[in-house]
Each structure stands twice: as C-alpha cells, then as structure tokens.
Design a protein around this ligand. Structure first.
Ligand code: 3HC
Length: 291
C-alpha cells in the first residue's frame, strides 16, 4: 500500500519521560495501538504507574468510562525493544533527550528499522527536523510534531515541516494529531522554538530578568502572571512543571543553532540545573514539592 493510502494503525513513542509517556497515553486513548519505548525498564515502570494513576483518576472522577480506559491500557505496550516496536509502526514520535548527536544517531537507526512508509516525527521543541532528517534516507517523511506539557491536557500540537518534508507527511501528522483530539497549528517553515515556545520564552526571559535583578521574588512574579494576566501558572511554576533540565537543554540547543549569547540559559536556571533541582520531577526547583 502506498504512503498515501495507509492509515496510521500503530505508533511508537520513544522516550518514557514526562512528554513521551503522556503522548503514548493520548494515542492509546484515541484508539491507536501504541508502544512506549525506553532504554531503561525502571523509567517504563514509573511511566506506567503514573499514567495508570492519571487515567484511573479520570474514571474515578467520571471523566472517562472504565471500559474506555481499560481498552486504552490494553492498547499501550511498554517495552525496551526498540526494533520490534518500530518495525511494526506506521508512525514514530521521538521524545528523547534534547541532544542533537543522540537524536541523529536515533533517527539513523529508526530509518534502518522502520517500515519504508513510516513517518519519523520528533517532539523536539528546539531541534528543527532538518537537522535529523539528513541522517535518514527519507527526509520527506520527517517533521517536528510538538506537543505541550501536560500532553494529556494541552490541546495544541504544532506541526513543522522542513524544506523537504512532503505535504502528505504534514497531512498525515496533522490528521493523527486531530484524531488524538488536539488542535493543530501548522508552521510554513521551521524556526527554532516554533510559535508557542517563542511566546513563552519572551515571558520567561522577562521573568528571569526581573528575578535576577532583585525586582521581585519568583512567587510574586508568578502571582502577577496569574492574577494580572490570568495565566494558569506563573513562569516559574511552569518551568518546574516542564522541568528545569528541559528548560536548560532547550536554551543550550538554541544557542548551538544561533551562536547568540542571548540564547544561553539564565544564570539562575543554570544554577538549579547544575545542582540537579529539575522541578516537580526531583521534588525541588523554583519551589519545593513534598510528593
Ligand atoms: N498531567 C496530566 N494531567 C494533569 C496534570 C499533569 N501533570 N496536571 C493537571 N492535570 C489535569 C488533571 O486532569 C487535573 O484534574 P484532577 O486533579 O481532577 O485530576 C486537571 O488537569 C486540573 O489540574 P489542577 O487542578 O491541578 O490545576 P490547573 O487547573 O491549574 O491545571 C494545568 C493544571 C493544566 C497544568 C494548568 O495549570 C495549565 O494549563 N498550566 C500551563 C501549562 C502550560 O503552559 N504548558 C505548556 C508548557 S510549554 C511546553 O510544554 C513546551 C515544551 O517544549 C517545553
């Protein structure tokens, strides 16, 4: 069957971190068979426990039926066997660490093991897909497909083609995101940070400058964002949700592409990153979390 006529029946998500695990759950809830792959079994075990508790809570709160949730759980396979998962997939979403070298090696491997028709998408928020597409023999079937944290809740998915991405690939990626119940924002061309993160970065940059200049505390800056602008979270709370490690690595990835010192992470973010205070996931970031 040609790429045009082949539906997406099975997807693989690579990386069982915060984003990858919720993307895989979103897919399974939408009715697609999904594999969540990670190199570490412990990471998969943690992801499974967190996802099951999220969807069980949905049943408890009457937001989803028990049948739907059980069916979704049965459709989601947790595995360390990358090759077996990808070989059976029509669509792969990479949500691994923001490191170009690792991503390029991964895309070369994916190209070797995925069926020829399969689309290889990256959830990267900063590494544009042209930088991994040339590690494959199918650049027309490579694009960015960018979800937002928490992926189970946030509606937006940005689809970003690079110069060689085919229109068909964009259509299939957009159709898949819509079938997940998401709203699709299509970009005409690639730019690091895409749309939403660039808007977010503008606010975050100002917030960090105010904080580092001693104008106000992180708590008060967050309070202003929530009460004066009605943002659901302040910029510091949001960094803790997204992960200080992710925030740091995104800035480093951008710096690597722009060579502009303005792209570098703020000193206060660098400090938290270096001390391993990654936000909610480590129990401490800008704020402390008891569980
Ligand atoms: N995972 C899954 N679902 C979650 C969740 C999480 N981490 N946190 C909250 N939810 C869901 C739950 O269903 C929860 O209801 P429940 O407690 O009854 O189960 C519901 O959202 C409401 O949660 P809360 O009452 O705890 O709090 P809020 O009403 O403030 O909602 C929020 C939480 C949806 C996270 C909201 O605060 C929000 O929208 N924050 C902004 C998020 C945002 O801006 N994300 C984009 C980040 S940028 C990004 O991801 C790009 C990347 O490249 C870095």
């Amino acid at each position: 069957m040609s790429q045009e006529n082949r539906p997406v029946n099975r997807i693989t998500v690579i990386g069982a971190g915060t984003m990858g695990s919720q993307i895989a759950m979103v897919a399974a809830l939408s009715g697609v068979s999904a594999s969540l792959v990670d190199i570490k079994q412990e990471q998969l075990d943690v992801a499974k426990e967190q996802l099951w508790s999220r969807v069980d809570r949905d049943v408890h709160k009457g937001r989803r039926s028990l049948e739907d949730v059980n069916a979704a759980k049965a459709r989601l396979n947790f595995t360390t066997d990358l090759e077996a998962a990808v070989a059976a997939s029509d669509f792969v979403i990479e949500a691994a660490i923001e490191d170009l070298k690792i991503k390029r090696e991964l895309f070369a491997t994916l190209d070797r093991i995925a069926p020829p028709h399969a689309i290889l998408a990256t959830n990267s928020s900063n590494i544009v897909s042209s930088r991994v597409a040339d590690a494959t023999s199918r650049p027309d079937r490579v694009c960015n497909m960018h979800f937002f944290n928490p992926a189970l809740v946030m509606e937006c998915v940005e689809i970003i083609p690079h110069a060689q991405t085919s229109e068909k690939t964009v259509d299939i990626a957009a159709g898949l995101a819509e079938s997940f119940g998401k709203r699709v924002v299509k970009l005409n061309k690639e730019v690091p940070g895409f749309i939403a993160n660039r808007l977010l970065n503008a606010i975050r940059r100002e917030a960090l400058e105010l904080y580092e200049d001693g104008v106000a505390s992180a708590e008060d800056i967050d309070l202003a964002a929530k009460t004066a602008l009605r943002h659901p979270m302040g910029p510091f709370e949001l960094m803790d949700l997204v992960g200080i490690d992710v925030v740091y690595l995104i800035r480093m990835a951008e710096y690597e592409q722009t060579a502009d010192p303005e792209s570098l992470p703020a000193e206060s973010v660098k400090k938290l990153y270096e001390e391993g205070s990654f936000g909610r996931k480590t129990g401490k970031g800008w704020y402390s979390y008891s569980n």
